[in-house]
Design a protein around this ligand. Sequence first.
Ligand code: COA
Length: 336
Amino acid sequence: MSRAAVLTGLGTYVPPRVVTNDELSRTMDTSDEWIRSRTGITRRHWAEPGTATGDLAVEAGERALKSAGSGDADLVVLATTTPDHPCPATAPDVAARLGLDAVAAYDIGAVCSGFIYAMASAAGAIAAGIAERALVIGAETYSTILNPEDRTTSVIFGDGAGAVVLRAGDPAEPGALLGHDLGSDGSLKDLIIVPAGGSRRPSAAADASGARPAETYFHMEGKPVFRHAVTRMAASSRAMLDRAGWDPESVDRFVGHQANVRILHAVADQLGMARDRTVVNLDRVGNTSAASIPLALADAVAGGLLTPGDRVLLSAFGGGVTWGSTALVWPEIVAD
Ligand code: COA
């Protein structure tokens, strides 16, 4: 019989510093009213300078392992857009700091779709018998790549980390991932990009004033990204629902990537799903990219919106561009 990856633990961490829309409007030409009405975001968390993505990942990973009732894992997959270093990957260091000795550990780069990609990768390793118990983490410190001069991106993104533990189990049990739909369109890579710092354009030198060059910052074309996010998340969600054999109306909770509440509602509308099935926590954390889905899951559990037996659809869209979806029946777990 085939082996499934079964969700058995969930943990999250956000850095303590809260940045409100009002605080941002004191340093850039924006307003609480604009940010709230165009995105749904009211505040986000930003790490203090010196805190790296791996630091947040360790906190979330520890909590997920505790939630799963065992500190053990034989695979760590870390999704991030903001690794601690260009080389090496962040996952091995996180694994070591969690006391996971000699385990397989690697990073996944699929920007805001990263967590769905990481879950699919870990589920594949479990199905193939490569791993028994995987720690899947999405962690970001976007505050380190946001251009303080760019109001179109600085108001949107937040820092945070979320993690799940997937164990080998039976496809029919609650918590089993019911398959994955993944895709990409690299012809749209320039829509979401950090232009410099990679092999195509190694880090640019600071200018005469010592200021950080603009091309080392995150850049996003908001309008086309919005359009593609709606279309691709809706299509991917439909493909996933077909695979699971579920009607859109039978989905209890839609946990989509938390980029913009207008995107989430548009996707629900396209799927013919009631908007109140959509989990929204971006108002309090902003867009946390690869950490977004697990942070939304934990928020829904804490708020009583996600209970054992619920049919849950997860879907994301991100830079690359990339997209992906998965689905599961929510298991009995105690999130930490
Ligand atoms: N504060 C005030 N005004 C702002 C602003 C801000 N923070 N950011 C942009 N504006 C201005 C623009 O300059 C523009 O002014 P203009 O009309 O004088 O040119 C106006 O507001 C409208 O800008 P626009 O970019 O058309 O707004 P929008 O309705 O498309 O919303 C986003 C912008 C970024 C919120 C929206 O496009 C979005 O959410 N995109 C998808 C983001 C996303 O999903 N990212 C992650 C996917 S992985």
